[in-house]
Design a protein around this ligand. Sequence first.
Ligand code: ATP
Length: 439
Amino acid sequence: MAAPDLEDLVRLCKQRGFVFPSAEIYGGFRSTYDYGPLGVLMLRNVKDAWWRSMVQLRHDVVGLDAAILSSPRIWEASGHLANFTDPLVDCRNCKERWRADHLEAGPDGRLRCPNCASSDLTEAREFNLMFRTHAGPVDDDSTVAYLRPETAQGQFVNFANVMQTSRKRPPFGIAQIGKSFRNEITPGGFVFRTREFEQMELEFFVPPPDAERWFEHWCAERLAWYVGLGIPSEMLRLRPHDKEELAHYALAATDVEMRFPWGWGELEGIANRGDFDLRAHSEASGTRLDYFDQASGERYTPYVIEPAAGATRATMAFLLAAWDSDEVGGEPRSVLRLDPRIAPYQVAVLPLSRKDTLAPVAAEVLGVLQERFMCDFDETQSIGRRYRRQDEIGTPLCVTVDFDSIEDRAVTIRDRDSTEQVRVPIAALVAEVGDRLAR
Ligand code: ATP
C-alpha cells in the first residue's frame, strides 16, 4: 500500500471529523487546528496510552499537572529567555520569513527562499519562540508572563514538593501531559508543527553515574511504545544528535524519528539534561533541589533523563501509519488499521433497520457495550456503506443487530481487518468484544 500524502490525510481528517482548521468560518487562523468528535477521542486515547505505560504500569513514576502560566523567573533560570530561539531570516525579494536551519542551499551554496527561490536573504537573527503576555490588569513590565514552551519546567520547580509528598527516591520520574506554546517561525506539515500543541513529557531523576544506562533504557522503551501501538518498525529510527545540534541544557540527545510523507521527522526527543535544570532553579530560587542519600551519606543533584513526546504529533503519526486500502468483495476499500486502544471508537452498533421492532434490542446492546467501550451508533444507510464508514475511521469491531436478534438473543460481530463475521449471544457479548479487542 502506497503511503498517503499529506493532502489525503488532511482531507480524511476534515471529512470525518478528526481535525478541522481552527476558525475555519473566518478563513482559518495561522496553522491552528481544532480536534473534532473523532480527533478528540483519538487524541485522548493516545494520551491515555502514554499515561498507562509511563505512570500506571510503573512503580517509579508519579504524575503532575502544572500551570501553563507561571513565574517568568522560571524561564530566566531555565535559559529559555536567552536561548530558546530559532534563527530567523527574511527574504528580501518576497518578504517571507523562514527558519534558517530549515532552508536548503542552491547550486551556488547559498541558502534559498523556498517560496521564490531567491538567495537574497537577510543575516539570520535569533528569534525567541516564547509567547509573551501579561498576567493581571496592568500592561507593563511588572506583569510580563510567558506561555510555557515545554511542560518540563513544571516538573523541575516541583521536584522537592513531589519527592517529599510521594516518598520517591532517585531513580524516579515525574510525568506530565499538557499544552505547550511556541511561536514557530514556520508551522506546517498539518499538525506536525503548530504554535499550540500538546506534549507528553517524563522527567526521570537518576544518580549521575547511572544516567547513561537510563538514557539507553528510555530510548529503547520509547521506540517500543510506538511499535507496540502499530507503527511498523521500518517506519521508525533512533537518531543520535551531533554535539553541535544539542540544546543548551543537553549532554546527549536521541530523537525517535518517523518516515513522514516528506521524509524523516522527529516524533520524540530523548535527552540527558544532566543536572542543568535542578541546579539552575536551585541557584536562582535559593531552594535546595537535590537529594540526600542516607545509605551512602552523600548529597547530590540528580541527572535528568527526559523522553519528550508530542501528543498531537503522535496522533498524526498513528493515523499515517494506520492508513491502508484493499478490496472487499471486488470493491476497493479504505481502512485505518488503528490499534483498538487508540481508535476513536472501539465498537460501532449497527441496527440493520430503523424499524421500531429493532429499537429495544439495539438500545439494550448499545447500553451493555457503552459501559465498557467507546461506541458509535449508526442506523442510517445500507449496512455495507456503514461498514465502509467504520473501516475508514478505524473502528475495529461492528456489532449488527438484526430481526433474528429479537428471537435468538444474538448479534453479529464483524471484524474490521479480516471482515469476518461471527454470531454471538448478547449475554456473552461484552466478554467476546473485550477478548477480540485485546488480541
Ligand atoms: P524542532 O527542532 O523540530 O523544533 P524540538 O526538538 O525543539 O523540535 P522538543 O523540544 O524536543 O522539539 O519537543 C519534544 C516533542 O514535542 C517533539 O518531539 C514533538 O513531538 C513535540 N513538538 C515540539 N514542537 C512542536 C510543535 N511546534 N508542534 C507540534 N509538536 C511539537
